[in-house]
Design a protein around this ligand. Structure first.
Ligand code: SF4
Length: 317
């Protein structure tokens, strides 16, 4: 049977993410230990204050939050996490994409979403609990949101072949200072794998909306944790904007990984100081103040957005 021709967006992804073996960079096997030593040196003085039984968890999201506005990070950290259709969309869509790789015949997006929902509902984690208990309307909204994401993905990406080693929601973890600090991540999609010290993996973050510089930092953190895991860094990082069908790629270099170490050390230190209360959270007003749960009581945020525009937002009636 003739393969279905690729549209230009799919061909662009194929051209961008693929690389001939002689185009793939090789890294020093000593890089992993050097990065680990830099991280542990940068955080060594926190070791005495941390307990391996209750480690400091450092994630992509925590780093982005704390390097954004510290006060917002503190407020959001104190709020209970609750699943909803918007938050669950990514997990369902990624599971559907994973199933589609091994599906016999042409996978239908909505069938994949329904299979994904069924499997995730049978799980043992908090998402499974929420799926079993959520209202029918929430489930229907989730089904629609996940379907839109999967359809968009199928439109933009070439059909993923099993030999490309696709992995969705890949978990990453690296321990520092005897388990006192844990770096953790979960990548949306990765393709390829290293061969010895030659890089071969591409890590992809699937995005809705537009480009933000923080998206680069997110992926650089993933590249760092991957290098701490395997010793060989990924070859390429790419934020993929599903709405526009465009990728923002960045090759991985030693310089990029050292920059990620510096940002991670700074962020981990901030997270710890805010956690134990030895630092007053700083405010950094910006575009996201508009959606901040602390906005009503935050003078700098209100001033940034313009009090006048906000007056009616906090009226009781
Ligand atoms: S309103 Fe803005 S400045 Fe204030 S806490 Fe929220 S994000 Fe920070």
């Amino acid at each position: 049977m003739e393969p279905t021709p690729l549209n230009p967006a799919q061909q662009e992804v194929l051209d961008l993410l693929g690389a001939a073996p002689d185009e793939r960079p090789t890294f020093s096997p000593a890089l992993r230990d050097a990065l680990l030593a830099d991280l542990e040196d940068g955080l060594a003085d926190l070791g005495a204050e941390l307990d391996p039984e209750d480690p400091l968890f450092v994630s992509k999201r925590a780093l982005a939050n704390v390097h954004g506005c510290e006060l917002r990070h503190v407020v959001e950290r104190g709020a209970d996490f609750e699943w909803n259709a918007t938050i669950a969309r990514g997990s369902v869509a990624h599971k559907a994409i994973e199933l589609s790789v091994h599906w016999r015949g042409e996978p239908d997006p909505l069938d994949m979403v329904d299979e994904a929902l069924a499997r995730l509902t049978d799980g043992t984690d908090s998402l499974a609990e929420w799926l079993r208990a959520c209202a029918e309307a929430d489930r229907a909204e989730l089904r629609a949101l996940a379907n839109e994401r999967v359809v968009t993905f199928f439109e933009c990406f070439p059909p993923l072949k099993a030999r490309w080693v696709p992995v969705t929601e890949g978990r990453q973890r690296a321990s520092l200072l005897g388990g006192r600090v844990v770096l953790s991540g979960r990548t949306d999609l990765s393709l390829g794998r290293p061969v010895g010290s030659t890089a071969g993996k591409v890590i992809i973050d699937l995005k809705t909306g537009g480009f933000s510089p923080s998206h680069l930092d997110d992926l650089r953190f993933y590249a760092l944790v991957e290098t701490l895991r395997l010793g060989t860094p990924p070859r390429l990082l790419a934020s993929y904007y599903l709405d526009s069908g465009r990728a923002h790629p960045e090759p991985v270099t030693e310089g990029l990984l050292h920059a990620a170490v510096a940002r991670t050390v700074d962020g981990a230190r901030l997270l710890h100081e805010l956690e134990v209360g030895s630092r007053e959270p700083q405010t950094r007003p910006g575009r996201t103040c508009r959606w901040c749960p602390a906005l009503a009581g935050c003078g700098p945020g209100r001033a940034h957005l313009g009090d006048d525009d906000l007056d009616d937002r906090f009226d009781d009636d």
